[in-house]
Design a protein around this ligand. Structure first.
Ligand code: NAP
Length: 237
């Protein structure tokens, strides 16, 4: 190696280890639509891992009831208060109510790290199939509706049944995490990693969220055929 090579190497910052993730244990996680299966399951798993969680609902009373049922220090509030009081806000409402919910919470969600896990799906006699939102994906719709928020997408491929089953110790799956800013996707990967068995893997920018959201239609087919609650693993990383 020449002295010029040495100088060039010295000037280059060391490549960051992609598995070096921030500590998110002190952040408050809100779950919009947290009274449903997916939201309740995520709230349960995160609270069980020691995270402070607030369940959101269109009706504060429903959220408080769900929170009491979960215990573990989980609180309930209406969606607006849930968004206001949280650092990270998971969107777990049905696709039908996605745009309207986010439009109404634009102010409360300003500056927040938003994690969209919504899968736009249709169902007919042949089973589940992916819908194609005008914006490209649910996550891109969220980003368009929330220009002042940091929108990411993750937690699409989880089984709400397994999440809510207290006898299941580990959730055996990877979580694909998408977003525009590395600092934000790192935070979401770290959050996924709080749940035993789960690992957050960076999977690209929001323009590639449609495939990730759509893949749930395939997983539903797998689950029906094999009577399973399938997860996903990304190999060689
Ligand atoms: N279930 C799964 O296994 C799973 C896995 C991965 C991702 N997801 C995604 O997570 C989201 C939630 O799934 P889920 O099965 O939990 O759905 P869900 O039970 O049908 O709905 C979740 C909650 O959203 C609220 N909600 C219902 N309709 C709404 C509307 N029109 N506008 C605003 N809020 C509404 C309800 O809470 P309140 O009435 O209390 O407001 C409901 O409890 C979906 O987008 C789904 O694609 C689900």
């Amino acid at each position: 190696m020449t002295s010029t090579d040495n100088a060039a190497n010295a000037a280059k910052p060391a490549a960051k280890d992609p598995w070096e993730l921030p500590d998110v244990s002190g952040l408050v996680v809100g779950v919009l639509g947290g009274t449903g299966d997916q939201g309740r399951g995520l709230a349960y798993r995160l609270a069980r891992a020691g995270q402070k969680v607030i369940i959101g609902s269109r009706a504060a009373e429903r959220a408080r009831t769900a929170a009491e049922e979960l215990g573990l220090g989980v609180e309930g509030a209406d969606n607006a208060e849930c968004a206001r009081r949280s650092d990270i806000v998971i969107v777990a409402v049905p696709w039908d109510g996605h745009a309207k919910t986010l439009e109404s919470l634009r102010e409360e969600l300003a500056g927040k790290l938003v994690v969209d896990c919504v899968n736009p799906l249709g169902f007919d006699k042949q089973g589940a199939y992916a819908l194609k939102p005008e914006e490209g994906s649910a996550a891109q719709q969220a980003a368009a509706l929330l220009p002042d928020s940091r929108v990411t997408a993750a937690f699409h491929h989880l089984s709400a049944v397994l999440l809510q089953d207290a006898s299941v110790e580990e959730i055996d799956t990877d979580v694909m995490v998408l977003g525009e800013a590395r600092a934000d996707t790192d935070l979401v990967q770290a959050l996924a990693g709080r749940i035993p068995g789960m690992r957050g893997v960076f999977a690209g920018r929001l323009r590639n969220a449609h495939q990730v959201e759509s893949l749930v239609a395939n997983l539903i087919s797998v689950n029906r055929r094999y009577k399973a609650h399938a997860g996903l693993r990304v190999t060689d990383v």
